[in-house]
Design a protein around this ligand. Structure first.
Ligand SMILES: Nc1ncnc2c1ncn2[C@@H]1O[C@H](COP(=O)(O)OP(=O)(O)OP(=O)(O)O)[C@@H](O)[C@H]1O
Ligand SMILES: [Mg+2]
Length: 408
């Protein structure tokens, strides 16, 4: 396992902070209340919910984590449910799945989804069969509770994707879970905050008012810095004065924090054997596209603030392609707003209308859309007045926007 994991959801004991969020989730579960967790991509939703599930399991709950990422059909939705329950490895769950399969004439694989009709030829089940399967799978917590009185926590991760499999599937879901009372509590997590809000706060939608909100914000810097210092110390590494500026550069973004810590850690490991992932002092001016794999020639290794800057440049070089893909998808209005924010200029002010040639109304609507979507910008209580209190969700994207075109 990596010392500073940054690619996949992390173990409960590797979480920095999130105590208040875990507490809220725990209280809700014991109250039988459902929660909707929204946060930008890579903000630690899945890690938080895995930790929450760990906690509940220790008090005797059964927990199921269903990932709806990328589902496009009801059959796939059933597949994700089967996969999630299949992971439990409890004989009672296996019996329930087998019984359900034979009742509906389906073979339900527990390692992946194989909804197959008949003994040989795998076929796509009819919509009616898929609906019947979904109904039974959604009611599994009740069947299990009737048998053993063990409550189930059901996490629906990437919940907004459910609607890609069917525009009314939130209605189907609600028609089942609303009767689950003592048997189950639900957590709905999604990485499109605006979509999540709409699903639960639009009176027209079936899940209106069905879950209390929990919005994941950035990690507090004053929690991150001592925690990372301790982790470096436990690894017998001394990042010196480089750590604080790196933590500040990550601005509480959980994945960016860990990515920068990882790159710093890797650099310190390389230095122990006389090599480096970074330019030395003389080469530092080469900029972020210069990414020597393992090379140390010339001057003394960078330290402190310069080391931090070089690590950020390395992270930028590694993530540039994703930033470019994000940027290319944006409208002209959104680009102008983000460019202004990266420059520290009021995004809907006269300077931006002038330099972009766009009207104030266009910029305002672009900013509104960006804010509603919650992927690239979020509101902060404090910040330079020129920014109108908006800031980038991803500090690396902010830097990329500032430097775009310079290192092509
Ligand atoms: N509380 C935390 N403490 C430390 N690192 C964290 C924390 N939360 C998230 N991370 C970092 O962020 C990365 C992504 O976490 P996770 O996959 O849980 O986020 P997510 O919001 O579910 O992402 P996605 O939008 O891709 O589903 C982890 O690999 C880890 O590096
Ligand atoms: Mg996730």
């Amino acid at each position: 396992m990596r010392a500073f994991p940054f690619e996949t959801p992390i173990a409960a004991d590797a979480l920095i902070d999130r105590r208040a969020e875990l507490h809220q989730l725990h209280l809700a579960a014991t109250d039988g209340a459902h929660v909707r967790v929204a946060g930008p991509r890579r903000y630690g939703k899945t890690s938080l919910l895995l930790a929450h599930a760990d906690g509940l399991r220790q008090t005797g709950w059964r927990t199921v984590h269903v990932d709806f990422y990328g589902v496009t059909s009801l059959v796939e939705v059933c597949g994700r449910l089967v996969t999630a329950y299949g992971r439990l490895k409890e004989p009672s769950v296996r019996h329930q799945l087998a019984a359900l399969g034979s009742r509906l004439g389906l073979s339900l694989g527990t390692t992946g989804m194989s909804l197959t009709l008949g003994p040989r030829e795998p076929q796509q089940p009819s919509h009616e069969t898929a609906l019947a399967a979904a109904a039974e799978l959604l009611d599994l917590p009740v069947r299990l509770y009737e048998k053993d009185r063990v409550k189930t926590l059901v996490v629906f991760d990437e919940f907004q994707d459910l609607l890609s499999a069917g525009a009314t599937l939130d209605g189907l879901l609600r028609s089942h879970v609303q009767y689950h009372g003592d048997a189950a509590t639900y957590v709905y997590a999604g990485s499109q905050p605006s979509m999540m809000r709409r699903l639960f706060t639009d009176r027209e939608r079936p899940l209106y008012g069905q879950a209390e909100p929990l919005e994941l914000g950035p990690l507090p810097i004053d929690e991150v810095l001592p925690e990372l210092s301790d982790r470096f110390a436990a690894l017998d590494q001394d990042p010196g004065e480089a750590l604080a500026p790196l933590v500040i550069a990550a601005a509480g973004h959980p994945q960016r924090t860990m990515l920068l810590a990882h790159l710093l850690h890797r650099e310190l490991v390389l230095r122990e054997s006389g090599s480096s992932s970074l330019p030395t002092e003389g080469q530092a001016a080469l900029g972020p596209d210069h990414e020597p794999e393992v090379a140390t020639v010339g001057g003394p290794p960078l330290e402190g603030l310069e080391l931090a800057e070089a690590v950020v440049d390395l992270a930028l070089a590694q993530t540039a392609e994703a930033h470019r893909a994000n940027w290319d998808q944006l409208s002209a209005g959104k680009k102008a707003v983000l460019a202004a924010l990266a420059d520290g200029v009021r995004p809907t002010g006269a300077r931006v209308t002038e330099r972009s040639g766009l009207t104030r109304a266009t910029l305002q609507s672009a900013l509104r859309d960006l804010a509603r979507e919650g992927q690239h910008v979020s509101r902060v209580v404090t910040g330079p007045p020129s920014s109108g209190n908006w800031r980038f969700v991803d500090p690396l994207f902010s830097r990329w926007v500032l430097q775009r075109g310079q290192h092509r």
